[in-house]
Design a protein around this ligand. Structure first.
Ligand code: ATP
Ligand code: ZN
Ligand code: MG
Length: 308
């Protein structure tokens, strides 16, 4: 399938989802409301993740979908993904500037001149608030840490692909500890993720992957991430069989975040980190793709896994 066909297939599937009422369009690519049926699937899948991962004793943390701007700056996200970041700005002018704003708005001109950066930035990945939070607590306990997060995430990547949203939800488990502890966690979830998704009766494949680092220096980072097998994805065909969609990802950051935020293990080493992320909307879309839009008609085995 060439790019034109892939794009056409994405547009067609988006239309079908909108037609069926599962996605509610807002007039912006990648920004959707969802129906009760869609949300029920998301909630059931979230509960399934807890059934598979909840026994490991993770500390649950829930953050709003925005980050302290200082944490965001320290994360070096702007070095790697300036094109995806969403910063929150607000009007910072006086009354004269306000009159100008209203006039420009009226005239259909750019009114954003007096918008100034606030202290918050949209969360790009659910795990970002966790590292500085853990760093503030001091050295890790001997067994390290395991954290459970769930958040809306923003990425400026408007697309007609219904599986590529600008605001979507990510559930994650994050392991922070010694290299051995962290590598063991990722191995565990690579197996467990495959097994768990297998119970949902969808075609899947696990493959090595890379992040879309910005610019020419970014291409080198992507290559080295791939060579070192730092990122894996669990892929399920949604709008294309040849280009299946990443629904889960398994990321090993080595000591990158440990260094950035000075997270130390009990024995004084720099902490390593890894996370497994579940793309909630993508998993729901994959289920609708393979089992149909009517959840009552889904295979009995899948219904049992999700609804008990
Ligand atoms: P892709 O390669 O498709 O862009 P990604 O590598 O950027 O995905 P991660 O950064 O690893 O994805 O994010 C974790 C999970 O969040 C992904 O496995 C996916 O399920 C989900 N996800 C990522 N980007 C989007 C998006 N734009 N819309 C919906 N879900 C997304
Ligand atoms: Zn993460
Ligand atoms: Mg991406």
């Amino acid at each position: 399938m060439n790019m034109v066909d892939i794009t056409a297939a994405q547009a067609a599937y988006r239309d079908e989802l909108v037609e069926a009422g599962l996605l509610i369009p807002t007039g912006v690519d990648g920004l959707y409301g969802r129906s009760g049926v869609f949300e029920d699937v998301v909630e059931r899948f979230d509960a399934l993740v807890t059934r598979w991962g909840g026994q490991d004793g993770a500390e649950v943390m829930r953050f709003p979908p925005a980050l302290n701007r200082q944490y965001f700056e320290e994360s070096e996200y702007l070095k790697s993904f300036p094109h995806l970041a969403g910063t929150i700005h607000s009007f910072g002018g006086d009354e004269k500037a306000h009159r100008t704003l209203l006039r420009r708005l009226e005239e259909g001109q750019d009114w954003t001149e007096d918008q100034v950066a606030t202290d918050v930035v949209m969360t790009p990945a659910a795990c970002y608030p966790v590292y500085p939070t853990i760093a503030r607590r001091g050295p890790l306990p001997g067994e390290g840490k395991l954290i459970d997060v769930f958040s809306y995430c923003f990425r400026h990547e408007p697309s007609i692909d219904p599986a590529r949203m600008q605001l979507f939800r990510m559930r994650e488990y994050i392991r922070i500890g010694t290299p051995d502890q962290v590598v063991e966690f990722r191995e565990l979830w690579l197996e467990r993720g495959r097994e768990m998704m297998g119970t949902l009766d969808v075609p899947l494949d696990v493959d090595v992957a890379n992040d879309p680092f910005f610019g020419r220096a970014g291409a080198m980072l992507s290559n080295s991430q791939r060579e070192q097998k730092l990122k894996f994805e669990l892929l399920i065909p949604i709008t294309s069989t040849e280009k299946p969609t990443a629904c889960l990802s398994f990321n090993y950051h080595q000591d990158h975040f440990g260094h950035l935020w000075d997270i130390h293990t009990a024995d004084g080493g720099v902490a390593h980190t890894a996370c497994v992320g579940f793309g909630m909307e993508r998993v729901a879309l994959a289920l609708f793709r393979h089992h149909g839009f009517d959840t009552a008609q889904w295979p009995a085995s899948v219904r049992k896994v999700l609804w008990g």
